[in-house]
Design a protein around this ligand. Structure first.
Ligand code: GCV
Length: 712
């Protein structure tokens, strides 16, 4: 067989597979075939071996088959190429221009400094003559490098492009699925899921659509996610069995995701030794319990050698935990960590622990304090393969909360910050609420004072050994993955921020727009880009304006957490109160006269938050109970601020809807229609929020709107 025939054969091997992005059951999200046009029109040489190298080969082959390019895998003859994707330790090729490109990549690495290593996931991109080279130490690096080239489009082939090196700031970039295997009578198939059913489970069984799981892995890898947990942190009987009898179901998911470099983790029940093992106790210090976890974990690794580890919600909202046995969270976490350690696994132990049977009459108990009170004293006691996973705020994924003080209180512990991509409290994927700016604010917060280390630094840790970033996922079996097509951007943004927590969220959004609505397939690309930015950039602040004011939180309907319910949680056991009366509103969390929560911060912020005079406006009611006439730093009174922001919020949503209408006929009609429907609902719901909040506070305070607008 001559060289040309061999090339044809190599190409044929790959074009027979179905094209990604062609499956009519599912929207291609940010990886439509068109996004691969630039890559697919090139001559590409791939060099190296491994499962993920095969994935890269498949991706490139499909793109080339579609757009007329060519691909060679480690050819033993000379070829002209535009792009080389090579493992650094793969042998020399008899191809001078390819070797020159590789040498340019190596030289770039030396020039960029830092020891010249790229690690398990990094890559370098450099130009040599007419060739772009992407080099990596390991196959995952090549996969991430490939998606980088896709994002860059033609810019990846710009002769003037300077060399660049990329490595993820965080080792673990993880999504948690709150998917139930068996449909929960209240929470359904996916707890806090707003995108249909689960992509993994259906009515007590695996869903069996592994092609979709694989497609999901592809989307995640392309934005940088490398780990997922596949079942809800609230572990019921059926879900507990995933650890033992039903481990095969987890293994199938792991097999589908492995080609995209994604490791699978499992939420487990702390009571598993009793529930599944028939032991009389789950006491973490009991020898039989330790042996049970060790043996069970060994069996997990026999079946799934690259298994990531366990995720645990213990002693929280009714889940079992070490408190039953008079032990603490370090005892509990270390038990599982010990079982995982020989296999390289980690335990993610959640810090979301509080009293969910609080008496609303008791003002001395403060849910915001709980995680710190439980966990800060345990600093230094966790094994090195424990990651304490801390919700970003002290309460519960609200639209606005201060950053959790736990993140500054455990220097001797690996900490991960937990975000919520699923929009439980931020519009439930019926409202446009782009969360990138909020997450960036959280990650950029400097708990020890301005200019000091940030939350991004904490979760990165020394030599990237921190706990990383975790988020509750927002996808389901919906045609658009996320219910609201624009909520795909939140998932994408999470992945990109987890890769680099210091990136500008607007730039990330821009990247998402370019991929999802490729300019080459759009009649007026500038209009589409501009309109999406206008709708999405500030949408989190818009959402904040028409919902609970000034950081006070909640005010949602109890149970489903959608829509306004100002007093919905006021007299409940959940510890989520606003204390509005005829004189004022807010929670006194100062040290001087309140719950003392402000004192959980390092001195700079403890002092800032302590006084209503220095507390930032947006958090005023989180930290203080103030009269309606209290004057904010903005110059407005609290009551007038409430009225103004609520009127403004609805106007902004109405404007969003108008702007969206300018895209009629410009984009995929099914996307257009779905977003249009949801914007109608957003306008309706925002109006309801405005009227209920304004009316509530007008009735409480008796203070009229100084602009005389309609309040009921
Ligand atoms: C999985 C909130 C949600 C619960 C969720 C819990 C958690 O309270 O409303 O549905 O349970 O957080 O994070 O564990």
């Amino acid at each position: 067989m001559n060289a040309e025939e061999s090339v044809e054969l190599e190409q044929l091997m790959f074009v027979e597979e179905p094209m990604d992005g062609d499956d009519p059951r599912v929207h291609p999200a940010w990886l439509p075939p068109e996004a691969f046009r630039s890559l697919g029109a090139r001559r590409v040489l791939l060099h190296g071996e491994g499962l993920l190298v095969d994935t890269v080969l498949n991706e490139v082959s499909r793109a080339c088959a579609r757009y007329g390019g060519r691909v060679w895998h480690s050819p033993s003859w000379d070829v002209d190429v535009d792009l080389v994707l090579a493992l650094r330790d793969a042998g020399e090729l008899p191809n001078p221009s390819v070797e020159a490109a590789r040498a340019a990549g190596e030289a770039a690495l030396v020039e960029l400094g830092d020891g010249g290593t790229l690690g398990d996931e990094g890559f370098v991109l450099a130009r040599a003559g007419d060739v772009t080279a992407v080099l990596a130490d390991a196959p995952a690096g090549l996969l991430y490098g490939l998606f980088h080239v896709v994002r860059l489009c033609a810019a990846a082939f710009d002769p003037a492009r300077p060399p660049e090196r990329h490595r993820p700031a965080l080792r673990r970039r993880m999504l948690n699925h709150w998917d139930n295997v068996a449909v929960h009578p209240v929470m359904g198939q996916v707890e806090r899921g707003y995108a249909g059913g689960s992509i993994f489970w259906q009515d007590g069984r695996p869903r069996g659509d592994l092609a979709r799981v694989r497609e999901y892995g592809r989307l995640l890898a392309s934005c940088g996610v490398n780990a997922i947990s596949v079942n809800n942190v609230n572990v019921a009987r059926t879900e507990a069995l995933l650890l033992t009898e039903r481990l095969g179901d987890v293994a199938e998911i792991a097999d589908a995701l492995r080609p995209y470099g994604i490791r699978v983790h499992l939420s487990v029940s702390f009571a598993a030794p009793v529930l599944l093992g028939g032991l009389a106790t789950a006491d973490p210090l009991d020898e039989a319990v330790r042996a049970w976890w060790a043996a069970t974990t060994r069996r997990v690794y026999d079946r799934i050698p690259d298994f990531g580890g366990y995720l645990v919600k213990a002693d929280s909202e009714g889940q079992p935990g070490p408190f039953t046995y008079g032990r603490d969270h370090a005892d509990g976490a270390n038990l599982l960590a010990e079982a995982l350690a020989p296999h390289g696994g980690v335990v993610h132990w959640r810090a979301f622990v509080y009293n969910h049977h609080q008496d609303w009459r008791d003002r001395s108990t403060d849910r915001a304090r709980a995680a710190y009170d439980h966990f800060a004293p345990l600093d230094g006691r966790f094994r090195t393969n424990v990651v304490v996973q801390v919700k970003f705020g002290p309460v519960d994924f609200q639209t606005r909360e201060p950053v959790s003080p736990v993140l500054a209180a455990m220097p001797a512990t690996r900490l991960a910050v937990e975000l919520q991509v699923t929009q439980e409290y931020t519009g439930q994927q019926r409202h446009v609420c782009h969360l990138g700016p909020w997450w960036s604010e959280v990650l950029g917060f400097a708990p020890w004072g301005p200019g000091g280390r940030t939350i991004a630094d904490v979760v990165t840790g020394e030599s990237a050994a921190g706990g990383g970033m975790v988020a509750v996922a927002n996808v389901g079996d919906d045609l658009f993955w996320t219910g609201h097509p624009l909520a795909q951007a939140n998932l994408y943004t999470f992945g990109r921020l987890a890769w680099d927590p210091r990136r500008d969220p607007t730039a990330i959004l821009d990247e998402w727009i370019t991929l999802t609505f490729p300019p080459s397939a759009t009649a007026d690309a500038d209009l589409v880009r501009r309109t999406l930015h206008e709708i999405m950039d500030d949408s989190w602040r818009t959402y904040e304006r028409y919902t609970a004011p000034l950081g006070v939180g909640f005010m949602v309907n109890p149970g489903d957490h959608y829509g306004p319910g100002v007093d919905g949680y006021e007299y409940t056991r959940w510890g989520t109160y606003h204390f509005a009366d005829r004189d004022g509103v807010g929670v006194d969390r100062s040290r001087a006269s309140g719950t003392g929560f402000a004192g959980q911060y390092p001195p700079y912020w403890a002092q800032v938050y302590e006084s209503p005079e220095t507390c930032p406006d947006e958090l005023l009611l989180f930290f203080h109970h103030v009269p309606y006439g209290h004057v904010l730093h903005s110059g407005s009174t609290v009551i007038q601020h409430i009225y103004d922001t609520h009127f403004a919020g609805v106007e902004e949503v109405t404007a969003m809807r108008r702007k969206w209408q300018t895209l009629t006929g410009m984009i995929d009609p099914s996307v257009y229609e779905r977003v249009a429907e949801r914007l109608d609902e957003q306008v309706r719901c925002a109006t309801e929020w405005r009227d209920q909040i304004n009316t509530y506070f007008f009735r409480k305070s008796g203070v009229p709107d100084e602009r005389g607008r309609d309040i009921y």
